[in-house]
Design a protein around this ligand. Structure first.
Ligand code: HEM
Length: 466
């Protein structure tokens, strides 16, 4: 147990019983995965007790394993914590079951490209309120900015799913929801709860793992609050009338409530984090901000705000969005997949039951593929389709990489893309973002983009001015 079986992709030296558990990153795993990729290549394995994690570090191997063979690589690893708190009903973490298929089908139908065109007026109205909120409360600390963007994203999901809005964030049930949701994000990171989430076979000895017990309590609180809240909003609107959800039809009430909560979770922080990253990049690179604004001025002008159709005439703004995705991916290691049968790739065996992790961060920071990958430079996407350098391989590359792969690919990506397009155009058109000033010296506090190594770091970076 713990040692690497013959045929597995290479990886860091493993020790008996534990394998690589003692060196498995418990936070910012994408950084460790990326440094291991330099040593062990496009595809390598990490042993975690008797289990195996396969780390994919190129678009080609992601395509081969998660897309071409998606029939056998679209399971999720068993997650002790998630199973206890959600009973397998969480669409994001559910195993490849019939329940997952049923929920996924209904969600997919609610946010297809065509359906999303119908949701566009909701997104436009909410994006207008986001501009208003920023205008009214421009002295934003990072947290307050999050509140504005979370309100936006939550209100879009609530409106689409339940026909309800979230006009204010502070003191709302949405705020409460996200308070506990943040804890979720932390415990769900690969390795965050070693060894239980990595060693499926291990059993829980009550009282031995304080951190786990604490997390379980928090997790239960999350689900309970989400369920109660969603069920509350569904059972009556402000006027006391029952609401009908787009998820009605195939799903029972419990699943509708659950799925509404899951879509809030999956759709809100992701959008908020992207917009936060965008603004840090604009503050750190004023020349990018000015160039994008000039492009908008030329196409939209000052007499009206941007319209969705304008985006087709804004190649530089499009390149800025793609570069923010590349530079600071919202989900740097995606969400782990799992295999349900043995697979062979590049002569290596990927055993049934392996956890498969897509190292999105590492793929986007690869020196072989990108010129100066640690520099924020939207121009790269004007020079080549995928922003890669001359001669780099684009096999398997696609613009939706940021949204995952295969049958688990993000079902909300069309809704998300429309949100990003509308808000990026609006924010660039309406505001100028500058570094915050040091209250003592009055000097601008520079933003160091190299410190933006993960989602958590975004929350602690210096503020900026609108
Ligand atoms: C910038 C915005 C977003 C990004 C970057 C993003 C990214 C991702 C990624 C990487 C995954 C994992 C895919 C995989 O396992 O291969 C995922 C899954 C998922 N996303 Fe998103 N997402 C975003 C917005 C949204 C929105 C707006 C919604 C819904 C309203 C949503 C709903 C979901 C759901 C339900 C899943 C789980 C799918 C499954 O396991 O079958 N996401 N997303």
């Amino acid at each position: 147990m713990g040692l690497r079986q013959p045929g597995l992709p290479p990886g860091p030296p493993a020790i008996p019983f534990l394998g690589n558990l003692h060196m498995f990153p418990t936070t910012s795993s994408h950084l460790k995965f990326t440094s291991w990729a330099k040593q062990y290549g496009e595809i390598y394995s990490v042993k975690v007790g008797s289990g195996t994690a396969i780390i994919l570090n190129s678009a080609r191997v992601v395509h081969e394993l998660l897309h071409v063979r998606s029939t056998t690589t679209s399971d999720r690893p068993p997650h002790y914590f998630a199973d206890i708190t959600t009973g397998g009903l969480n669409l994001v973490l559910a195993r490849h079951t019939n329940t997952w298929k049923a929920i996924r089908r209904v969600v997919h139908d609610a946010v297809t490209r065509e359906a999303c065109m119908e949701h566009l007026p909701i997104q436009q109205a909410e994006a207008t309120q986001l501009m208003y909120d920023l205008l009214e409360q421009p002295q934003v600390s990072n947290d307050e900015f999050y509140n504005h963007t979370r309100r936006y994203a939550s209100s879009v999901v609530l409106s689409v799913v339940f026909g309800l809005r979230c006009p204010h964030y502070k003191g709302s049930l949405v705020e409460e929801f996200f308070h506990v949701q943040r804890m979720w994000t932390e415990v769900l990171e690969p390795g965050a709860l070693p060894p239980l989430d990595l060693l499926p076979s291990i059993t829980l000895c009550s009282g031995t793992l304080g951190i786990l017990e604490e997390s379980l309590k928090r997790g239960s609180a999350t689900s309970t609050k989400a369920l109660l809240w969603i069920s509350g909003t569904m059972s009556s609107s402000d006027q006391g009338r029952p609401q009908k959800s787009v998820l009605h039809g195939e799903l029972n009430l419990v699943l509708i409530r659950y799925t509404g909560g899951i879509l809030m979770e999956a759709g809100s922080d992701t959008t908020a984090i992207f917009l936060q990253s965008l603004i840090f990049c604009l503050v750190a690179c004023p020349e990018v901000q000015i160039r994008a604004q000039r492009e908008l001025d030329g196409v939209v002008g000052r007499d009206r705000s941007p319209r969705f159709e304008d985006f087709d005439s804004l190649p530089y703004v499009d390149a800025v969005i793609k570069e923010v995705h590349r530079f600071c991916p919202v989900a740097p290691t995606g969400i782990p997949h799992a295999s349900v049968s043995d697979e062979v790739i590049d002569g290596f065996v990927i055993p049934k039951g392996s956890t498969i992790i897509m190292n999105i961060w590492g793929i986007f920071r690869d020196e072989e593929s990108y010129e100066q990958p640690h520099t924020f430079n939207p121009d790269r996407f004007l020079l080549s389709e995928f922003g890669t350098k001359k001669g780099a391989s684009d096999v398997g590359r696609r613009h939706t990489m940021i949204f995952g792969s295969g049958r688990r690919i993000c079902p909300g990506m069309q809704l998300a893309n429309n949100s990003l397009i509308l808000n990026v155009m609006n924010l660039l058109w309406a505001f100028e973002f500058r570094p915050a000033k040091d209250p003592l010296t009055g000097n601008p506090i520079p933003i160091d983009l190299n410190a933006m190594t993960d989602v958590k770091s975004l929350r602690y970076l210096p503020s900026y001015r609108v």
